[in-house]
Design a protein around this ligand. Structure first.
Ligand SMILES: *[C@@H]1O[C@H](CO)[C@@H](O)[C@H](O)[C@H]1NC(C)=O
Ligand SMILES: *[C@@H]1O[C@H](CO)[C@@H](O)[C@H](O)[C@H]1NC(C)=O
Ligand SMILES: *[C@@H]1O[C@H](CO)[C@@H](O)[C@H](O)[C@H]1NC(C)=O
Ligand SMILES: *[C@@H]1O[C@H](CO)[C@@H](O)[C@H](O)[C@H]1NC(C)=O
Ligand SMILES: *[C@@H]1O[C@H](CO)[C@@H](O)[C@H](O)[C@H]1NC(C)=O
Ligand SMILES: *[C@@H]1O[C@H](CO)[C@@H](O)[C@H](O)[C@H]1NC(C)=O
Length: 483
């Protein structure tokens, strides 16, 4: 992120200086007096937009990247697999996804043997005893995990007919949104060097480990030439960093030595958080959801379900596509002055007053940090504190069901239903209580969400049942201001 921003700024400054010189010359030559009232701030961005690279001419491989070009390496332990298996099986597609789960030892026990067809096939990680002895590595488990990247890459190279473009690494408790991953990876050229990953939500995790690493539980993706370079250098690099205690930091260091840095993406979620993460999932950044991690450490994300049911339930919302998953859409019910904030496939918040998007996009701090109870700043994003103020506290609804519906005019739409979690237990904010609303119905297109850098818009649909609020999605109009 930092490097990327720095490049952007450097580009901006250089272009700015050049443009400024042109600007001076232009004014001198043309004697255009009117232009002199322009200040540099309004002038520069305007010109910069014109000098920015022609994005439609960035070359992509002729054959678009799809799932068949990805290879997954998941790192787990025999001990945890007995229960974590349910997390992975919630998203793994046995016939479509290629890759292996790497365990520390042979699996045992009737609950996991014979090996489930719905699980990824497994391998036992290579025996590194001699290597660990020789290097005196500080954290043997971490060395095994980093070495796993090479094992997965070498394995992929032996697969017949595999056109390997991306190596995707994750943990045994990483939930992946595979279609969104494919879309992200298909947007860039796999022949270049890419290391996609996500920072931790918790500032101190980044501070302790690195702001410049992809946190492994949230998963990271390496383009082919990078994965190959890393695999080739693996033993040497593990020797160089044998004293480092974190697998993710060792990985980052090895990749840095190749000359590559992480491209952070806001859809990766390490979830270095505890407790109820609904506040975060209800105000997800405007980036496709890539992963969720640490399900053992947090409360079930749906209040009436356990952890495993919760993951399966969340994946159910993706049955007709993943592009809208957790994407936040906000609209206003003007008759009652309600604000409606929707996190597609997860939750709906109704407030009994009009609140700005700036506020609604700020997650309510329903959660706590991974460890300790530090003073702010705690997170890599702003938060709102939970209150008992009726006007600031939403009525909360959670995803219930999804179906495809045929409309009167023959078009299909997706209907998602959300139901009230529990009574809010507060008096009304004003004269227009939303207390009687118990269901929320959302109509959205069957088509993929258009990624144009802007969220979608929505309208309240009249004529729903008395206890139901109904909303329909649409593209925002060109000059529409949603306030
Ligand atoms: C950008 O690239 C596209 C495709 O190569 C081309 O058609 C278009 O004219 C280019 N636009 C500019 C401003 O150069
Ligand atoms: C993926 O792309 C390859 C071309 O590289 C193509 O042969 C294959 O049919 C595609 N698979 C799917 C599922 O689209
Ligand atoms: C790993 O290798 C060491 C040294 O060669 C050997 O003593 C040990 O039994 C091996 N462990 C396994 C699980 O095979
Ligand atoms: C909604 O809020 C506006 C601005 O505060 C106010 O003028 C209007 O009377 C309110 N409408 C209702 C139905 O409360
Ligand atoms: C809100 O009220 C409940 C019940 O009275 C109390 O337990 C809780 O601490 C209050 N929360 C805040 C943020 O004030
Ligand atoms: C609610 O209604 C009462 C009675 O009609 C009125 O006096 C009061 O001003 C209203 N309050 C708000 C916040 O609109």
């Amino acid at each position: 992120m930092k490097n990327h921003l720095r490049d952007v700024f450097r580009f901006g400054v250089i272009s700015g200086v050049i443009l400024y010189i042109f600007f001076i010359i232009f004014i001198k030559d043309s004697g255009c007096k009117a232009s002199t009232s322009l200040n540099l701030w309004t002038f520069f961005p305007l010109k910069l937009a014109q000098t920015s690279p022609n994005t439609s001419s960035i070359s992509l491989p002729p054959q678009k990247t799809n799932l068949s070009h990805l290879y997954f390496g998941l790192l787990g332990s025999e001990e945890a697999w007995h229960y974590r298996k349910a997390y992975i099986e919630s998203w793994w597609r046995p016939s479509a996804i290629k890759g292996y789960l790497y365990l520390d030892e042979q699996p045992k026990g009737h609950d996991i043997l014979p090996w489930s067809k719905n699980s990824p096939p497994y391998r036992v990680s290579e025996n590194l005893t001699n290597f660990l002895q020789e290097t005196g590595a500080t954290a043997p488990v971490m060395i095994r995990m980093v070495h796993g990247i090479m094992e997965a890459f070498r394995q992929a190279e032996t697969e017949k007919g595999l056109d390997l473009r991306w190596l995707v690494m994750g943990d045994d408790d990483s939930i992946f949104f595979v279609d969104n991953i494919v879309e992200l990876l298909a947007s860039v050229d796999h022949n270049k060097y890419y290391y996609f990953g996500g920072q931790s939500e918790y500032i101190l995790s980044n501070f302790w480990f690195s702001f410049n690493q992809g946190f492994g539980g949230a998963g990271f993706m390496l383009s082919y030439p990078l994965a190959k370079a890393l695999a080739n250098d693996m033993e040497n690099c593990l020797r160089r960093y044998a004293h480092v205690k974190s697998a993710d930091t060792i990985t980052m260091a090895c990749i840095a030595d190749i000359g590559v840095n992480v491209s952070p993406h806001k859809g990766f979620h390490q979830i270095d958080l505890r407790g109820d993460i609904s506040g975060l999932l209800s105000a997800h950044p405007k980036s496709p959801l890539i992963s969720l991690h640490h399900f053992d450490a947090i409360d079930p994300i749906f209040p009436s379900k356990d952890r495993f049911e919760s993951t399966r339930h969340l994946m159910k919302a993706t049955s007709f596509g993943q592009s809208r998953m957790l994407q936040q859409t906000i609209c206003y019910e003007r008759r009652n002055n309600w604000s409606v904030s929707i996190s597609w496939g997860y939750s709906v918040h109704i407030y009994e007053q009009i609140m700005s998007r700036r506020v609604l996009q700020t997650p309510i701090e329903t959660f706590t940090t991974w460890v300790g109870n530090p003073n702010p700043p705690r997170y890599m994003f702003n938060t709102r504190r939970s209150t008992n103020d009726s006007c600031e506290t939403p009525h909360v609804f959670y995803f219930d069901s999804i179906k495809k519906l045929k409309m009167e005019h023959g078009d299909y739409v997706i209907e998602t239903l959300y139901s009230r979690a529990s009574e809010r237990g507060l008096p009304a904010c004003g004269n227009h209580s939303a207390h009687y609303i118990s269901k929320f119905k959302l109509i959205s297109p069957t088509t993929h969400r258009i990624q144009n850098g802007r969220c979608e818009c929505c309208d309240i649909v009249e004529g729903a049942d008395e206890d139901t609020l109904m909303v329909k999605y649409r593209q925002c109009k060109t000059n529409e201001i949603i306030a």
